[in-house]
Design a protein around this ligand. Structure first.
Ligand SMILES: [Zn+2]
Length: 1075
């Protein structure tokens, strides 16, 4: 059904819950005072590391991801999504606000987001509130506290997890999880920054929205965790001992989450860089927590931190959307009036870091695989702290623009020169970062030889120098300007609420006591900058910036990281010794007491909340739920036999298109080349244009073009659905340019540049290696899929362990057999690019759809019309054996899966409700809460029938498999009252109806078409969801049992844990080494 389709197509696996973020190697470039990557797309190269409460299971492999979709990722800015009516109520009436205890500080209409915005101060406590009113139905609330840590015990992070574990009005184990299960939220999470903690929620349903707000307010101000030592233990850390004769271990959700973070080289680089740039203020420690320091944290310190900082005087509160602004203040006053003003605002102030007089150099080690090739595994990153104070917005905007010019696209000079130098495989460092008090700049390479480290440093400095001296090509400036203006106008935040993207931009200044509205008003400074560039030239504008902030700035930290195959085991050893010491210091009574406490904690974790407590969490009723699926207008017709799908939706004058080609006639051995083929189309150049010119042309004329393979099983069919999708967007006046460019990349690109192709291979290899360490659950899921069905096998060839193995061989082959590879790329083109099997999807408003017809028709005329597609039969799967992919890590990713259709299960809508319920209750409680993993979840691919269990940053291996195997029993013995069932149904509908911007609606509709999902079926599934009963849960036990009995296991795990597992169950896992 639609949810599944959307998840598969738009999601990505890396790190944390996020859908739709471009996988171009430089994922999101940014324009600094414009919205940054949203916090749910943690940039692995970013210095700023945030920690999220919820890891959400985008467990699917990556092959469906739009690659290289506009190098400048569309983010939140502010043009309104619908034709705007400026007649919004101008905030709450001033008298009413006064009566409720608020004083209006300022008010303005912000053109960029067509919103009325009011800043209030709560008179009694000084709490600040921004209330934004407009016609966006996707309402957003957020409360933010300044929470600067003094050490690396991870207090802010553990507190962020813990306050959502029950509160005064909602005295149950985890109200947060109840909201996950039973609300229509379009966003629900919490994040910890280096200096602040944010609690945002969003919903399109007003009643639901206020429910969410109330639960969050009660959680932050009156959490149970400050009296409940066991919550601190569960979310933070504790000693675990089942039996006095065994070894003591550390457990804790944050503890294990951070072990995962500390196992990843890119993360280590980011942390070390940040800490070294800011040795003298709060950014010099880790707000997330260092696993070696977390166990030093005491409950007293934890409570004190909450008392001090989680106070209205230290709070900034944001409301956004089309709800009643008076109601917002009414809800807030109920909470805020209970407090008096505190000293928090001065205690939480962030002190700036003074600038160094000399550059600093740091050499660190990171855990590498044993026996791997260590020669080209060094990393080096140059970092600058740009100023000793925050920058003004004009300068920040100019620096953001400069960042895009230098690094934003594959054609950007700094990025291009670094990658073409052959000194390293991939870029590290996030460019300009401006989300902390003072801005930074960082850039470097990974996959570098030891001897080349200095060469990389010299190359960075020399390139910056020549850019300062020579300026930028005017085509490049125009391309960057168009890309940025396009994304501002499009204001496409993907599935991320627009109001939240705005909040995060605003808070980036507001949190430092600056004006919250200023960052939202980009239009004038951008126009001024454009005029300045036109008048003075790019050299005059950007040269002085590069000189002042980078070249002549002595606050530079160079971080070099060396691979150390023994580091992982040494860290283990240190932990083991510490724990042995603890044990040795304990008396027999102590040990008995610890075992008892361990047992008690687990009992508490595994005991369900009493129904009275569950009832306290407000929820909607089934009557609040729309009975019909979300309607997407779709018209299907054809031009010369080619199917055209059209969606008449308001898109603010942007035209979105997907050109789809059938991959069914491609030879099996060519499949792993497809991702590189797609990259070559965009980044290799034509006879008349080198790739830089081609990229600039795309930047100047369109909002971005991406090309990627899409593969899925189709329910009830043997053959999978496999396509290559070319996705593009442009202002409607540029429709002809857009189709001409699509035609150009498909037909004119030449596969002749051996050197560039070799770079693609190295970059892809580096990316895959990173993914294996950071997103082991995605790797495990892909691997299991490849053992269970053909679509999974194809995907794994293009994005799993098999793909990495292919790249390792290919990297050598490029030097020897380039002609053969080049011919294979041509063969892929011949096989894919044809009018036969082509399909075109268009999303725009009616007038622009009509206007586009002649260009579409012309485009189709230019396509070759090769003979009808002859499907080849791929009948490959990986052997169905249990496997362990061994990596140097301190935490594991454990998966088990089977095809439940093969055991006779027939899909019903209830399956969505049940699998969500299993994830939010059974797996959450056992794998996360008592198991100590950061995430545990299941995924039901309703197209293939594969049901998979997965865990994320998991300290266990076999124990987790035991939990999976007991799921059938859990369902059979399940007792459930009507309220609980209703919540489960509502939560599922919330997923199915997930909020989509117009382009996403058009895209989802296309995928449904490709997968043969009819409107009739959508209606039926929805009815089935709404009428799910307890009996369905019990019946589903049989399907889940198939996983227990016939399932295949794949774990991405540490060598120690795999050894231990194979000792306990001989020959259970076949060991595979890939790094
Ligand atoms: Zn966390």
């Amino acid at each position: 059904m639609e949810r599944a389709v959307v998840l598969r197509s738009l999601s990505c696996t890396p790190l944390v819950c996020t859908r739709l973020f471009p996988r171009s190697s430089r994922r999101l470039s940014r324009l600094s005072s414009l919205p940054k990557r949203h916090p749910l797309t943690p940039n692995q190269r970013s210095l700023i590391r945030r920690h999220l409460r919820l890891f959400s299971p985008s467990s699917r492999p990556l092959h469906h991801l739009p690659r290289h979709f506009s190098s400048f990722s569309p983010r939140a800015i502010a043009t309104s999504p619908v034709p705007s009516s400026p007649e919004f109520s101008a905030g709450a009436d001033d008298d009413v606000a006064q009566k409720l205890g608020f004083e209006k500080v300022s008010e303005q209409f912000i053109e960029e987001c067509k919103s009325r915005a009011v800043l209030y101060k709560h008179k009694k406590t000084g709490a600040e509130v921004v209330s934004v009113s407009n016609d966006d139905e996707n309402k957003v609330f957020g409360i933010v506290f300044r929470t600067p840590p003094k050490d690396s015990t991870g207090i802010p992070h553990i507190l962020e997890h813990s306050v959502l574990c029950g509160s005064r009005k909602y005295p149950l184990k985890e109200p947060f999880v109840e909201l996950l299960k039973g609300s229509l939220h379009t966003f629900l999470n919490a994040f910890t920054y280096p200096d602040r903690t944010c609690y945002p929620v969003a919903s399109t349903n007003t009643k639901d929205f206020y429910n969410l707000v109330d639960v969050y307010l009660d959680a932050v101000f009156f959490p149970k965790c400050i009296e409940d030592f066991q919550t601190f233990q569960q979310e933070g850390w504790h000693y675990e001992l089942d039996n006095p004769s065994e070894d003591i271990t550390y457990k804790g959700v944050v503890f294990n989450e951070m072990k995962g973070v500390y196992s990843q080289p890119d993360n280590i680089m980011g942390r070390i860089s940040q800490q070294a740039l800011f040795p003298n203020n709060t950014y010099g420690v880790d707000s997330g927590g260092d696993p070696q320091v977390i166990p030093k944290l005491t409950f007293e310190e934890f409570k004190e931190f909450h008392r001090k900082y989680y106070h209205p005087s230290n709070a900034r509160i944001w409301f956004y959307g089309d709800d009643d602004p008076t109601e917002r203040l009414r809800i807030l006053s109920e909470y805020l009036d209970m407090f008096d003003a505190s000293m928090a605002p001065s205690e939480s102030k962030i002190r700036p870091q003074k600038l160094f007089s000399e550059p600093v150099r740091i050499v660190e080690k990171y855990p590498a695989a044993e026996g791997g090739d260590l020669e080209k595994k060094h990393m080096v990153c140059l970092n600058w702290l740009l100023d000793d104070k925050p920058l003004d917005l004009e300068t920040e905007l100019a620096l953001g623009f400069l960042d895009h010019l230098m690094l934003g696209t594959p054609a950007s000079p700094l990025r291009k020169i670094l990658l073409e130098s052959g000194l390293g495989d991939a870029i590290v460092g996030g460019g300009v970062e401006d989300e902390l008090l003072q801005p930074q700049f960082s850039i470097g390479l990974k996959g570098v030889s030891k001897d080349d480290i200095l060469k990389v440093e010299e190359l960075v400095m020399n390139t910056l120098k020549s850019l300062a001296e020579e300026g930028f090509d005017s085509d490049a400036v125009e391309a960057s300007m168009n890309t940025i203006e396009f994304s501002l106008r499009e204001n496409n935040t993907g599935s991320f609420p627009r109001g939240l993207a705005l909040m995060l931009r605003s808070i980036g200044k507001w949190v430092y006591d600056m004006d919250p509205f200023e960052p939202l008003k980009y239009q004038k400074p951008l126009m001024d900058l454009k005029a300045r560039i036109a008048k003075e030239g790019s050299k005059a504008v950007f040269g002085p910036l590069i000189e002042k902030f980078i070249l002549n700035n002595s606050h530079r930290v160079t971080v070099e990281m060396r691979p150390d195959p023994e580091k992982a085991s040494r860290d283990e050893e240190v932990e083991r010794e510490a724990l042995n010491k603890v044990k040795a210091s304990m008396t027999e009574e102590d040990l008995a007491e610890l075992a008892r406490a361990t047992h008690e904690l687990r009992m508490k974790q595994e005991t369900p909340d009493p129904p009275e407590a569950l009832k306290t969490v407000p929820s909607l009723s089934l009557n609040d739920i729309p009975k019909k699926p979300i309607f997407v207008p779709t018209e299907i017709w054809d031009i010369n036999g080619v199917k055209i799908l059209q969606h008449d939706l308001f898109t603010n004058d942007v035209l979105y298109t997907e050109v789809v080609f059938n991959m069914g006639s491609l030879k099996q051995e060519l499949l792993p080349l497809v991702p590189l083929f797609c990259q070559s189309l965009l980044e290799m150049g034509t006879k008349d244009m080198d790739f830089v010119q081609l990229n600039q042309l795309i930047g100047r004329k369109t909002g971005g073009i991406s090309v990627y393979p899409f593969t899925s099983s189709v329910r009830g069919k043997e053959d999978p659905c496999t396509h290559m999708i070319v996705r593009g967007k442009a202002m409607s006046g540029r429709t002809e340019d857009l189709f001409n460019l699509v035609n150009c990349i498909l037909q004119d690109v030449q596969f002749t540049d051996q050197k560039r192709f070799k770079q693609f291979v190295s970059q892809s290899k580096a990316r895959m290696e990173n993914r294996i360490r950071g997103s082991g659950h995605g790797i495990a899921a892909a691997r299991m899929d490849a053992k269970l069905n053909v679509a999974g096998w194809i995907s794994e060839q293009m994005g799993g362990v098999s793909y990495l193995e292919f790249l390792q061989i290919l990297e050598k082959k490029v030097d020897k057999d380039w002609d053969e590879i080049s011919q294979s790329l041509e063969e892929i083109r011949r096989s894919l690019v044809s009018r036969n099997g082509c399909l075109i999807n268009l999303t725009a408003d009616g007038k622009n759809l009509t206007n586009s017809e002649k260009f579409v028709s012309k485009f189709l005329d230019m396509l070759p019309n090769s003979s009808p597609v002859e499907s080849v039969t791929w009948n490959a799967r990986l052997p169905s054996i249990n496997e362990a992919i061994v990596v140097p890590t301190q935490v594991n990713y454990v998966g088990k899966a089977a095809n439940v259709y093969e055991t006779g299960y027939e899909l019903k809508g209830s399956a969505y409700v049940i699998s969500k319920y299993i994830g939010n209750t059974w797996l959450w409680d056992r794998v996360r809460v008592s198991g100590g993993a950061y995430g545990g979840f299941c995924d039901f691919d309703t197209h293939s029938g594969v049901f998979s269990f997965l865990s994320y940053r998991d300290p266990n291996l076999l124990k987790t498999l035991d939990v999976y195997d007991a799921t059938g029993n859990f369902l059979r013995e399940l007792e459930m009252d009507d309220d609980t069932l209703t919540k489960a149904i509502i939560g599922t509908i919330g997923d199915v109806d997930s909020y989509q911007l117009p382009d996403a609606k058009g895209y989802s509709s296309l995928l449904r078409y490709l997968l043969g999902i009819t409107e009739e079926e959508r209606r039926r599934r929805r009815e089935e969801i709404l009428s799910t009963s307890l009996k369905d849960f019990k019946e589903f036990a049989g399907a889940v049992e198939a996983v227990k009995d016939k399932g295949v296991v794949v774990a991405v795990a540490s060598p120690e844990d795999v050894d231990a597992a194979n000792k306990e169950r001989p020959n259970f896992l076949e060991v595979k080494k890939v790094l």
